[in-house]
Write a new protein. Structure first.
Length: 381
């Protein structure tokens, strides 16, 4: 992947397309925080106790980017079917690879013992529904909706909200958009009161919280994009925004303040951070770092969880406690995941997307033409 040469950072590329390089940096920082959240044993003492909120930031960023990349096309007559096909092309290659790694990890777990799935039948059901990008009806064995790759729940919710957005867009005036965002904020407050925090959506017992999370953050992202187009803020302090996001995700709020902290991040801090970062572009020395952080964010998000599970089980099979390897294992595992993710982005994901779009007559100018592609990301737990 070659770093694009942006003649006027923060405005336009030479061919007239808009780049959001700082948002790439934020996506990458959030994805790495999720990696640490899901396997702190390899990277102790570095902890990210609030990194499950990264999924809310991913949803927020997705609303912003989808509105930027597809809003005018949908308004101009792009069919919902073609839009959904393009979104599936965006998600499925890496999602499928993560599903395969998760299935392999499940096979190893059933063979050796100690996995979340209790039976081969449950594993086959989870794999079959996973192929269809649907939650698994195996709550009797594991509470997770996507037991072979936990973070995939957020990708499923994102596809759902993408469809809702495409259907509502013809009627989505600014006033209605504000109303939907406010109603979703009320649902988000209900979710925190019901579950105690925003670490919801990945399991069947908290699945309704996932609807509240994606509903608020996605439409808040769409609203922020409309504010961005009006030139709401200008600055050149790009370097601080990924650091601010990571600092928030490292906060270990006391239990009695966890609900307030979660709501403060999702309702106030994340939207303000995204809006500011959308107006702030890095200088030439920092842009390549942010671009590459954005490039690894989806591969590492889609694959880290089953890869970590497989690695943990393999290490335990050798009679070693993964915790005994910290933090030195982290100096090998995390950079290896980053380099592997960069290779997958360059040589697997983007070429495959390009071939699928050409074969199916997909959009020639989708998120591949925007330096920030919507995450997945996005997900903790």
């Amino acid at each position: 992947m070659q770093t694009p040469q942006i003649q006027n950072p923060g405005v336009l590329s030479p061919d007239g397309r808009r780049f959001f390089v700082t948002l790439d940096g934020l996506r990458g920082a959030a994805a790495l925080a999720v990696v640490i959240l899901h396997d702190p044993g390899f990277v102790l003492p570095l902890l990210m106790p609030s990194a499950y909120l990264a999924v809310d930031f991913f949803f927020l960023l997705s609303g912003f980017v989808v509105a930027h990349a597809y809003g005018s096309r949908l308004a101009g007559g792009l069919s919902i079917g073609r839009f959904l096909r393009d979104r599936l092309i965006r998600f499925y290659p890496l999602y499928f690879l993560g599903l395969l790694v998760g299935a392999l990890s499940g096979v190893v777990a059933l063979a050796l013992g100690g996995g979340s799935m209790d039976t081969w039948e449950g594993l086959l059901i989870a794999f079959g529904t996973g192929l269809a990008f649907l939650p698994s009806p195996t709550a009797h064995e594991t509470p997770g909706t996507f037991p072979l790759n936990g973070p995939a729940w957020s990708l499923f919710f994102e596809l759902l909200i993408n469809i809702v957005f495409a259907c509502l867009l013809p009627f989505l005036s600014l006033r209605r958009l504000v109303a939907i965002t406010l109603l979703a904020a009320v649902a988000l407050v209900w979710s925190v009161l019901e579950y105690g925090n925003l670490d919801t959506g990945s399991a069947w017992f908290s699945v309704w919280g996932g609807f509240a999370r994606v509903g608020f953050s996605f439409f808040a992202g769409v609203l922020l994009y409309r504010l961005h187009r009006q030139g709401f803020l200008t600055s050149r302090l790009a370097w601080m925004f990924p650091l601010l996001l990571v600092a928030l995700l490292m906060v270990d709020a006391p239990p009695e303040y966890r609900a307030v902290f979660d709501l403060g991040c999702v309702l106030l801090a994340f939207p303000a951070l995204l809006l500011a970062a959308s107006m702030v572009e890095p200088g030439r020395w920092l842009a390549p770092l942010f671009v590459n952080l954005g490039a690894i964010s989806f591969p590492i998000y889609a694959l880290h969880f089953p890869a970590q599970e497989l690695l943990r089980r393999s290490v335990r099979f050798l009679g070693v406690d993964p915790g005994d390897l910290a933090p030195w294992a982290g100096f090998v595992v995390v950079p290896a995941m980053m380099l592997g993710s960069l290779w997958l982005a360059r040589h697997y994901d983007r070429p495959l997307q390009r071939r699928l779009r050409q074969r199916r007559g997909g959009l020639k100018l989708g998120l591949a033409s925007v330096r920030v592609t919507d995450p997945p990301l996005r997900e903790p737990s």
